[in-house]
Design a protein around this ligand. Structure first.
Ligand SMILES: CC(C)(COP(=O)(O)OP(=O)(O)OC[C@H]1O[C@@H](n2cnc3c(N)ncnc32)[C@H](O)[C@@H]1OP(=O)(O)O)[C@@H](O)C(=O)NCCC(=O)NCCS
Length: 472
């Protein structure tokens, strides 16, 4: 393989652009279509659509940007292309037009590919996000097997992970390990070999699949090193699906309820349009043509912030704090008092509010629905408290009057089932989110390369320059 140190210019001048032979490396099963073929089919239409938009509407206004956008975190500013999903403030997320309940109905489940479990497969979601189409059960199974065939970690990455001190936060370990995988980046090698820009998407897809496939092993190795759970070897069974293997690697293979929950969890946490910190970071870093490993490692660092992915760790900490205070059978008044105590101490209520949503998060509703289906979760005092708070917090937050959205977001519900099943190391929760976010952020990198999107370069201004501009 070509190394990153080969100068692109030298290769360019010496050789004609090479075709990237993605088809040679992707796995095919019986007569089913591979994901690379399915993505290849949509490439011409996507490019035509972009060309049409460019030629007909390049000057069409999308609303005005104002000083409020500049100093307010660019809320609501329409300035990014994101193919996989669109977030509506009222109805929540849709993936290529499909809501979470529709996905739960239409996407192939574990049972559909012959595995125990009723939930949609994250593999099915990945196929939908990359192609805009619902895969057949055979296609979902083929993708699952393809991912499992890529799941083994290079031994040097295992060694790197093993050198981290236990006290290093699992998210820091996670992003560092993902960065090192760029040693084997097919995109970086193809770029250095002078592959044509129109073909960049193929090695980007290859890296995407390699990276997603390896995330469970990285996560499980960190889990073993820090918390001593799992077999420490990250064994992959090719007959099992993605979440099932992951669950086994973590040491919960005997808990079908947790494995099925992981399928749902990974499916609904993947994509949440482009403006959130982790998704936007991946897109931004990738716009410099950094390879998918480098782009996704940066994304993970954003996910590790407490206002973003780390909130799921904070929620569980806070729920248990409330539980200690009010006991297992609290009155409504006790829970309400605990909510006010949090707010009066100047803290936010973790798991509530959202930068875009103005209704309960459909991802929360889906995870909450899972708890309703499982007897072992229904009887958990922690799950019960989460459910109780989801009813009592909105009126308190409304009365408090600050947050624009008093309803629960995905993090309000995601941790309690994990905790109930025995996965009670909160510091690890954002790592699970990080395994999932790759299912949304990396497909967009593939679209970025299909469409040949340019490097991002918004305009910034100093406050002096801003004042001069607006006073004119
Ligand atoms: C998600 C979040 C970061 C969105 O931030 P945002 O877009 O700035 O939210 P808002 O515009 O509604 O914030 C307005 C005010 O309400 C406050 N607020 C928002 N959510 C709040 C909450 N859950 N509890 C208490 N106050 C809250 C904000 O801190 C802000 O206060 P300030 O004016 O003193 O700075 C915010 O709601 C939050 O911190 N939630 C808790 C953490 C969390 O659950 N994060 C996961 C998100 S998926």
């Amino acid at each position: 393989m070509l190394s990153l140190t080969i100068p692109r210019a030298a290769l360019r001048s010496a050789t004609a652009p090479r075709q990237f032979a993605a088809a040679a490396t992707s796995v095919r099963y019986s007569s089913t279509k591979s994901l690379a073929e399915a993505v290849g089919e949509i490439v011409p239409a996507k490019r035509e659509q972009l060309a049409r938009i460019k030629s007909q509407y390049a000057e069409a206004p999308l609303g005005q940007s104002n000083v409020g956008h500049l100093i307010g975190g660019m809320r609501g500013l329409k300035c990014m292309l994101w193919e996989g999903s669109v977030l509506d403030a009222e109805s929540g997320i849709t993936f290529h037009g499909k809501s979470i309940p529709q996905c739960q109905k239409e996407l192939p489940t574990a049972k559909d590919i012959g595995r125990p479990g009723d939930e949609m497969l994250p593999e099915s979601m990945l196929w939908l996000l990359l192609t805009g189409k619902v895969p057949t059960a055979e296609e979902a199974k083929g993708l699952s097997q393809d991912l499992m065939s890529r799941a083994k970690l290079p031994s040097f990455v295992e060694k790197v992970i093993d050198t981290f001190p236990k006290s290093l936060h699992p998210m820091t370990q996670f992003s560092a390990a993902v960065s090192t995988l760029n040693h084997d980046s097919k995109f970086a090698a193809a770029y250095n070999a002078g592959v044509k820009k129109t073909e960049f998407w193929q090695p980007t897809l290859e890296d995407t699949l390699d990276l997603i496939a390896r995330l469970p092993a990285i996560a499980a190795r960190i889990y073993f090193n820090v918390f001593g759970k799992g077999d420490g070897k990250q064994h992959v069974d090719p007959s099992m699906d993605f979440a099932e293997n992951f669950s086994h690697m973590l040491g919960y293979g005997d808990k079908e309820g947790l494995t099925d929950y992981l399928r749902l969890y990974l499916s609904v946490h993947g994509d949440h349009e482009g403006g959130n910190v982790s998704a936007h970071t991946c897109h931004l870093v990738g716009s410099a043509l950094s390879d998918p490993y480098l782009a996704y490692a940066a994304s993970l660092n954003g996910l590790a912030g407490p206002l973003h992915g780390l909130a799921n760790q904070e929620v569980l900490n806070w729920i248990l704090e409330v539980q200690r205070e009010v006991g297992d059978s609290p009155t409504d008044q006790q829970v309400t008092d605990a909510l006010w105590a949090t707010l009066k101490s100047g803290r936010v209520v973790p798991g509530y509010g959202h930068a875009v949503l103005r209704q309960p998060d459909p991802r929360f509703t889906a995870l909450y629905g899972y708890c309703d289906k499982r007897a072992e979760l229904q009887s958990s005092p922690t799950v019960k408290l989460v459910q109780r708070i989801s009813q009592l917090a909105p009126p308190v937050l409304k009365e408090h009057g600050k947050t624009k959205n008093p309803f629960p977001n995905v993090d309000a519900a995601s941790g309690a089932p994990l905790y109930t099943y025995g996965l009670d190391e909160f510091k690890f929760y954002t790592v699970l989110f990080g395994v999932s976010r790759a299912f949304g952020a990396l497909p967009q990198l593939v679209f970025d390369r299909i469409l040949g999107l340019p490097i991002e370069r918004p305009k910034s201004l100093s406050m002096d320059a801003l004042e001069q501009l607006v006073k004119k």
